[in-house]
Design a protein around this ligand. Structure first.
Ligand SMILES: NC(=O)c1ccc[n+]([C@@H]2O[C@H](COP(=O)([O-])OP(=O)(O)OC[C@H]3O[C@@H](n4cnc5c(N)ncnc54)[C@H](O)[C@@H]3O)[C@@H](O)[C@H]2O)c1
Length: 295
């Protein structure tokens, strides 16, 4: 299948393009900056906010599936209005162009930040957080991802043949970061494992980049099994912490105290059960397996 990966030079995009190519797909990566060369991945450079460049890319590529990862990927990394407008505009223009170009499937990156954690009064209705839990973003990045999800639902409703969905990858850890490089917002994986205030800021959630890439691959390969307009959490099965996180989560995020007891058996704060049961996604890159430690 011919798959277009936007943001293919990025942390998640380079793993996703490599995994798709390794699974035999004709893979085209597009990004506004050049990326690392990966075997079997064709690289294109374009600003996807430029309508002319975007249209030209889709005409030349004629993708059968699109994995949309391009955007501003970190909360507060850019001025709020830019984060919101860039991510919202990219989602609408790339996903609607995918549908118009005849792609059978288009999937976009959302984020667990749509749940609105990391503010003092955050009180989830239940834990672990699954896709049925309401979203309540509180910053521009989280709002931009809620807009991505609403864009997916809006375009799914328009009745075309393209199956649209969104994935909420956990805190992505790349092969280089498992090997000791700094993670996206600083600190190594081992430092995060040693300091609950670092890992707990994102509720001890994480996902191996190649596992997240595998879920994108399963979605484009199985459009008939994908919920049109649906969303999938994509988080490792365990927390980024050596033991249960019930007490830590309740301590760091007091509003979770009534529901944190459900985590006492060692499960993560997020559930990816939907991706497992509906698409057969089984993440294997846990911190124990990647760091070669039993914890
Ligand atoms: N990294 C994480 O932990 C994480 C977690 C959840 C969701 N996400 C989402 O996954 C996606 C990828 O994240 P990442 O960590 O790989 O980010 P990244 O910053 O490494 O990659 C994003 C890429 O998008 C490209 N890009 C931005 N604007 C563009 C434009 N107008 N045209 C073409 N390319 C453009 C950038 O050049 C960059 O290479 C993002 O949408 C992000 O919000 C990431």
């Amino acid at each position: 299948m011919r798959v277009l990966v936007t943001g293919g030079s990025g942390r998640l995009g380079s793993s996703t393009a490599a995994v798709l190519a390794a699974r035999g797909h004709e893979t085209v990566s597009v990004d506004s900056r050049p990326g690392p060369a990966a075997p079997g991945v064709q690289q294109r450079t374009a600003d996807l906010l430029d309508a002319g460049a975007r249209g030209d890319l889709f005409r030349r590529t004629a993708p059968e599936a699109v994995v949309h990862l391009a955007g501003i990927a970190v909360p507060f990394a850019e001025p709020d209005d830019r984060t919101l407008t860039v991510n919202a505009a990219l989602a609408w223009s790339v996903l609607s162009e995918a549908a118009a170009a005849g792609a059978r499937c288009a999937v976009a990156a959302s984020s667990p930040t749509v749940y609105g954690y990391n503010r003092p009064s955050w009180s989830p209705l239940w834990l672990p957080l699954d896709e049925a839990h309401p979203v309540a973003p509180w910053h521009a990045y989280g709002l931009s991802k809620a807009v991505v999800e609403e864009t997916v639902r809006t375009l799914a409703r328009s009745g075309g043949d393209c199956v649209l969905s969104a994935v909420r990858p956990g805190y992505v850890i790349t092969p280089e970061e498992w090997a000791g490089a700094l993670t996206q917002q600083g600190h190594t994986v081992r430092e995060r494992l040693e300091d609950p205030s670092l890992a707990g800021a994102s509720l001890f959630n994480y996902v191996d980049a190649e596992d997240a890439a595998l879920l994108f691959a399963l979605i484009v390969e199985n459009p008939d099994r994908v919920r049109n307009g649906g969303v999938y959490n994509a988080v490792a099965p365990d927390p980024l912490w050596p033991g249960p996180v019930d007490a830590l989560v309740a301590d760091l995020h007091p509003g979770t105290a009534p529901s944190a007891g459900s985590l006492a058996d060692g499960r993560g704060v997020f559930s990816s059960e939907r991706a497992r049961s509906e698409l057969g996604w089984r993440p294997e890159g846990t911190w124990r397996s990647r760091l070669g430690t039993g914890g």
